[in-house]
Write a protein that binds this ligand. Structure first.
Ligand code: NAD
Ligand code: UFG
Length: 332
């Protein structure tokens, strides 16, 4: 079966492509390289020994997507492509709405025209806003606090309306919690541009000496040690969730949280990182970051029961693999 993976050279997309190839899917990637590098393609081939068809196209150009659907016999789509930096989305909201919404609408229109009705979409735990209680279930109220999150929620609404208008669509919305870690080979991983906003990319750069000190945003939250709690999930487990979503016998419109169901504080993550790598992380406590919630972790019962989702990796594995990636890639 031939699967189109948009954003397939990005962090989560590349790991998912490897998993798909290992499961004998044929893969076609569309990526405009706005946040990824072309050498990822060779690394995917090196890991799997398999070929991928790649189109360096922007999904905002609809005729480019049509070109791919004319040439390739696409049966399903996994849609990762999008811009994802929360802070940047506040500074450049129009860029975020334009890129994330236009690309998705173009893609859905072409899918409809070519009668391809199966799609898996990358949403985010950010759509839960400030959760009313923990763990977070899929039917909790939704709200957002920044343009990036709003694009995710808007796309969820678009997919729901599309499904209401045409219930032959088979739509899976996956709400990711906090992916970290990297491929065991050290060839694939997360390499954000500039100074990282997210915790693990920051920690590994302090570990390698590229950055001096980790600022921990707040130590007065009502959590186990006062620092923010998140549900970190190994990117390999997250990637596998997409393969399970493709294989899901249940059709229609489905929404699943993908996390581990476990909360880890910033200090717990840093301590585990130091333990497994033997590298000390310089750190300081600073003010809370605006817009952060105290704690956020998923209920994953639904993904477990309906998809057979069973995360394999723990926080130690995630720390080890994140560090392994930066050690093997000196330019990071
Ligand atoms: P990423 O930036 O590494 O990958 C996204 C890819 O999409 C990049 O390779 C980029 O070049 C490509 N892209 C962006 N706009 C495009 C366009 N118009 N046309 C073609 N290609 C385009 O991000 P990621 O971490 O792999 O995330 C993948 C998806 O998961 C995103 O939609 C993101 O919002 C979502 N998500 C990520 C996280 C996270 O913490 N990483 C959490 C929740 C949800
Ligand atoms: N943190 C620090 N110092 C840093 C970076 C982060 O203390 O330098 C703390 C944050 O305050 C938070 C935790 O580490 O408590 C995790 O922060 P991240 O920025 O790594 O992750 P978030 O949970 O804030 O957000 C991420 C993505 C969002 C996505 C969300 C849920 O950035 O886009 O996960 O998937 F919506």
């Amino acid at each position: 079966m031939k699967v189109l993976v948009t954003g397939g050279l990005g962090y989560i997309g590349s790991h998912t492509v490897v998993d798909l190839l290992n499961e004998n899917y044929e893969v076609v990637i569309i990526d405009n390289l706005v946040n990824s590098k072309i050498d990822v393609l060779d690394k995917i081939k090196k890991i799997t020994g398999k070929d991928v068809t790649f189109y360096e196209y922007d999904l905002c150009e609809k005729e480019k997507i049509e070109d791919v659907f004319k040439k390739e016999d696409i049966k399903a789509v996994i849609h990762f492509a999008g811009l994802k930096a929360v802070g940047e989305s506040v500074l450049k909201p129009l860029m975020y709405y334009k890129n994330n919404l236009m690309s998705t609408i173009n893609l859905l229109e072409v899918m409809k025209d070519f009668n391809v009705k199966k799609i898996v979409f990358s949403s985010s735990a950010t759509v839960y806003g400030e959760p009313k209680s923990l763990p977070i279930y899929e039917d909790f109220p939704l709200s957002t606090t920044n343009p990036y999150g709003s694009t995710k929620l808007m796309i969820e609404n678009i997919l729901e309306d599309l499904y209401k208008s045409d219930n032959s669509f088979d739509i899976t919305i996956l709400r990711y919690f906090n992916p970290i870690g990297s491929h065991k080979s050290g060839l694939l991983g997360e390499n954000p541009n500039g100074i990282p906003n997210n915790l693990m990319p920051y920690i590994v750069r302090v570990a390698t000496g590229k950055l001096k000190i980790l600022s921990i945003f707040g130590n007065d939250y009502d959590t186990v040690d006062g620092t923010g709690v998140r549900d970190y999930i190994h990117v390999l487990d997250l990637a596998h969730g997409h393969v399970l979503a493709l294989k899901n016998p249940k059709t229609g419109l489905k929404i699943y949280n993908l996390g581990t169901g476990l909360g880890t504080s910033v200090l717990e993550l840093v301590t585990t990182f130091e333990k497994v790598t033997g590298v000390k992380i310089n750190k300081q406590f600073v003010e809370r970051r605006k817009g952060d919630v105290a704690a956020c972790y998923a209920a994953i019962n639904k993904a477990k029961e309906e998809l057979g989702f069973a995360p394999k990796y723990n926080i130690s594995d995630m720390c080890q693999d994140s560090y392994n990636y930066v050690k093997k890639n000196k330019d990071i």
